[in-house]
Design a protein around this ligand. Sequence first.
Ligand SMILES: C[S@@+](CC[C@H](N)C(=O)[O-])C[C@H]1O[C@@H](n2cnc3c(N)ncnc32)[C@H](O)[C@@H]1O
Length: 421
Amino acid sequence: MSTKKRPAPISPGASPPDRPFGAGPIAGASLRDRLPTLVEAWRGGRGPATQGGSALGAREIDTAGAALLSLQRGLTGGRELAGAAYMDDRALLGAYLLYYWPVSYMQVSIALAEFPFSPRRILDLGSGPGPASAAVIDAAPSGSTVESLVLVDRSRKSLDLAAAIIGRGARVPAALATARLDLETAVDLPAGPFDLIIMGHCLNELWKGEADALRRRAEFLERASGRLSPGGRLLLVEPALLATSRGLIGLRDMLAARSWRVLGPCPGSYPCPALAAGPERSCHAESPWAAPEPVASLAKEAGLDRTAVKFSFFFLSPPTRAGTPPEERPPENRRVVSDPMLNKAGRIRFILCGGGMLETLSARADDEGARARGFMGLGRGDVVRASSLELRQGGGFGLLPGSELEILSRAPEASAPKEDT
Ligand SMILES: C[S@@+](CC[C@H](N)C(=O)[O-])C[C@H]1O[C@@H](n2cnc3c(N)ncnc32)[C@H](O)[C@@H]1O
C-alpha cells in the first residue's frame, strides 16, 4: 500500500480482473461424488448398508457422532491423540472418514483453486485415508492425468482405505502405491521424482512435544524436497488452531530463511509479520461452507461449529542449484488477512499483508464511493492493490475519493451441496 505522497505503481502487465466485484473460483465441487463412497466404507466395517446416498440414519449419527466427539477432543485442546495410533482404531478412523476426510478434501481443494497446479506425480506423506490426494486428483484439469500417486502413513488400515477410496473415484491415478513408514525414523522416502509433495495435518504430529520439533520438521522437509522434480513444490496444510498455525508459520519462516520460496498464500517470501506480532497472533485461510451430509449432521450431533472451512497452508518450493528463483509477484500486492471489522468511529477496516508488513485499510461504513470500488465486498483471502491513500492519524491507511483500489483476485469459495442427499 502507499500514501498519497508515494503512489504505488500499477504494474505494467496487470490486466483488470474480468469480474472486479464477482466471486472467486468454486472449490471442491466433486466432493459430493466422493461422499457415498466414504459412507459405504464406514458402513463396511459395521454391517450391510441400510441407507442410500451420503445421509446417515439417526442411530448411525448417534454412533458416529460419539466417535467424532472423542476424536475431536483428542485432536484439539490437549491434543493427546495427535501423534498416537488413532487411525488404527476402527471407530476413530470411521469418524475421520465421515467428518475430517471431507474437511481436509475441501481445504486442499480451496488451496488448489487459488493456486492451480496439476502434478503428474504425487507423494502424500501422512496421507491417512487419502483426502488430500483425492482433492488433488479431482482438481486436475480435464485431459491431464495423475501418472503416479504414492501414499505414505504409519497406519496400514488408513493406507488400505485410502487406496480403496481413491480407486473408486471418477478419476484415478494411472499407478497407486502405498508405503507403511514411520516418518520420524524412516531413512528413505519413496524415490520419486514427484511434482507435488503434500502433507495434510501430519507435520504437527511429527516430533510432537519435543523442544526441537521445528528444526526436525524443517530438516525433514529439506530431505523430502530432494524427491521433488525440477519446479516441484510442497503443499503443507495444518489445522487453524493457534498452536498448529503458528507452528506451520514458524516452519515457513525457517525455510524461507534458507532460501525457499513461499509461492502462496502470502504475497511474498518475507518473514511472517503475524508471527512476529505476538504469541496470540496467527494467520489462516477461511471460507464459509454449507457442509453436505453427513458432515452437517455429525457436526450438529457433536456440537461442532462447521459453518466454514478454516485452515493454514503454504505452497513452498526449495532453492534450486542456481539459487532462489526470482520473485514473480509485484511487491505492491496485498492480501486481505482479516474479516471486515467495524470500529466505534463507524469505519470498516481490513488487515492487509504485503511487503513484509501488516497494515490496515479503512473507509467509512457509509462511504458510497468506497462501496462502488468494491471495498465493502472485500473478504479474507482477496488480493488487492491500493494507491493514493490517506495516511490516518494513529496509523493505518484510509480510502479517499481519489484513491485507487484494484481487486486482483478473489478468494475461492467452497462449493455448496446442490441438493440434500
Ligand atoms: C490428522 S491425519 C491427516 C490425514 C490426511 N493427510 C488429511 O489431511 O486429512 C494425520 C496422519 O498422519 C499420520 N502420522 C502421524 N505420525 C506419523 C508418523 N510418525 N509416520 C507416518 N505417519 C504418521 C497418522 O497416521 C495420520 O494418518
